[in-house]
Design a protein around this ligand. Structure first.
Ligand SMILES: [Fe+2]
Length: 567
């Protein structure tokens, strides 16, 4: 059975699930070249169908993520900023805006383009938001032979901000849910906005700054304030709630602004992170204890927080934990489709995330031949691209890599990545000068060969880390070999641990790099200009190469190299 999954909210996406297996998935942002683009993902839908080689008429069912849509006006960063602005100045006005349409009318509008194209309305379904998150985590984990504790937690969706379910044999049973007015993740987004960043996008920057101030008394005061707003439910072990007298979170922004006035920016970031880690970790620990289920799958925007995930993974009661890749709403198209698509007959339904478009050698050659370079370049046909990239990295060159099918989600996983020798302490500043312009406190991350991960990382008990969703403490060897890809202050890192099965060519490249250097990982950051999505097409890759300080672009079997006048 073929099911088309659609997420048409913030950071919209589409995926196609065929007999339980995800065969294609992409976010709209990559195709319209606007970060986190929301709304109906028309191009993403067209692309996943084309990639899978099917027509809309071949699709058996369509599954939309989220039944009742709030905040339709979240198409881009400007919309998000305006919406959050209203939350701080007029929260009651914002609430009125949210409830202006009824559910059925909204659903008719949301599916109109499909029905106008002739797709039968009775084969379109709208799946509850947290059911989508839970299903994404559970199916992506792919353990169906025993009980799995499935936990969701996000800003909010369909009236809830968190759920607890048990999964077994491909079925989920919900045990508990937390109403949206108790949302912890919403608080995180408020502070993101208050500090001048873009909510639903830049939360990770607060997490990145947090270690610098986590020992300060100022941060403790901020943490104490947030902790005074919530408590674990005294009678119901699967829930937390607001403390008596606390305003519902949807109307809390003005009070938070007042409480944070004249606070240090770094203390706000550190105190908020401390509060989030403490409360969510205590909640998860209590849920594990109450249910007696120790194998976890977790999804929802709050589990994009790799430091929180680090703490959960190390909880004494947790035997194994799977953190959903790209755990925000963008991956809800997977859960929506899986909710209708059934359990795959065998194997992991999601063995990797290379689910986007791939371009042939001929398409790449044509793009290079047609490109009018502003830089002076030399184009070389590589007989062994993996080996030649490995040699360049061993020589401490920065290499942009465009190869194979594009990765889904917020993290570049090697096929649309900028790679560097992470033992080079200058690599971070070099990449930032060339292209990334990241905030000075933000760390880069590594890809590490699975066979050598234990040489660098202090392992978590049975927690796969293939998607940069989980932070690790590092061993001394990482300080030397991966220094440019660890957090400069607390020396943690959020690696992509790479197996040969997931991406044979990228794995071979790093293996060859190791043969030359003895180092079992490389720095891997997304291939994009600051503020833009990751490049999707060969033309975009060439444009970014041309308008940045990059010197090397490996585009499939071609190496585009900037040369000086003397060469
Ligand atoms: Fe969500």
């Amino acid at each position: 059975m073929k099911v088309l999954g659609i997420h048409d909210g913030h950071s919209a996406s589409a995926c196609l699930v065929d007999d339980g297996k995800v065969v294609a998935a992409i976010q709209e942002e990559r195709l319209v070249y606007e970060k986190n683009r929301g709304g109906y993902p028309e191009r993403a839908i067209g692309r996943v169908l084309a990639t899978a080689g099917v027509e809309l008429a071949d699709v058996d069912r369509v599954a939309f993520s989220t039944r009742e849509f709030r905040n339709l006006n979240m198409r881009n960063a400007a919309d998000v900023m305006a919406t959050y602005g209203r939350m701080f100045t007029d929260p009651s006005g914002q609430r009125a805006l949210e409830s202006e349409d009824n559910e059925q009318q909204q659903q008719r509008l949301r599916s109109a383009r499909l029905t106008e194209a002739g797709f039968p309305a009775e084969r379109i379904q709208f799946v509850d938001h947290h059911t989508c998150h839970a299903t994404t985590a559970y199916f992506a984990r792919g353990t169906f032979d025993r009980n799995i504790l499935v936990i969701t937690n996000d800003g909010h969706g369909d009236g809830l901000c968190a759920t607890v379910s048990i999964g077994r044999g491909g079925e989920l049973t919900r045990l508990a849910s937390v109403p949206k007015d108790d949302s912890i993740a919403a608080i995180y987004s408020y502070i993101t906005y208050l500090l001048g960043f873009t909510p639903l996008e830049h939360e990770y920057k607060l997490m990145g700054m947090a270690p610098y101030a986590e020992d300060s008394g100022h941060a403790k005061q901020v943490c104490d304030y947030f902790e005074s707003l919530f408590e674990l439910h005294p009678e119901q072990p699967l829930l937390w709630r607001r403390t008596a007298g606390t305003t519902p979170v949807s109307a809390l922004a003005p009070e938070i602004e007042k409480a944070m006035r004249f606070r240090r920016f770094d203390a706000m970031m550190a105190g908020l992170q401390m509060f989030t880690e403490n409360l969510v970790t205590r909640w998860v620990a209590r849920v594990v204890e109450a249910t007696g289920v120790t194998d976890l799958a977790l999804a929802g925007g709050i589990f994009m927080n790799v430091k929180l995930n680090h703490r959960i993974a190390d909880l004494p009661g947790v035997r194994s934990a799977f953190f959903c890749p790209s755990a925000g709403d963008e991956s809800n198209s997977f859960g929506a489709a899986w909710s209708l698509g059934g359990v795959p007959e065998q194997g992991r339904p999601l063995p990797h995330l290379y689910l986007g478009t791939g371009y042939t050698r001929q398409e790449c050659e044509k793009a290079v031949a047609d490109h009018s370079f502003r830089k002076r370049v030399r184009v070389i046909e590589m007989s062994d691209p993996d080996e030649q990239c490995a040699l360049l990295l061993a020589d401490r060159q920065i290499v942009a890599r465009f190869a194979g099918r594009m990765e889904f989600g917020a993290r570049a996983l090697g096929n649309r990545s900028i790679l560097a020798n992470a033992s080079d302490p200058d690599a971070c500043s070099l990449i930032n000068r060339m292209i990334k312009r990241r905030d000075f406190w933000m760390p880069f991350a590594p890809t590490i060969l699975a066979e050598h991960a234990d040489e660098y990382l202090v392992p978590h008990p049975d927690c796969p880390a293939e998607y940069m969703a989980l932070a690790f403490d590092v061993r001394l060897s990482a300080h030397k070999h991966l220094t440019a890809a660890t957090h400069p202050h607390d020396h943690t890192c959020r690696p992509q641990i790479l197996t040969a099965e997931a991406n044979p060519a990228y794995h071979r490249l790093i293996s060859l790099f190791r043969e030359h250097t003895g180092i079992g990982g490389v720095l891997n950051t997304s291939f994009n200009l600051h503020g833009y999505p990751i490049v999707e097409t060969p033309e975009q890759a060439l444009d970014v190469f041309d308008s940045s300080g990059l010197n090397y672009l490996a585009i499939e079997h071609l190496l585009v190299q900037e040369v000086s006048e003397d060469d």
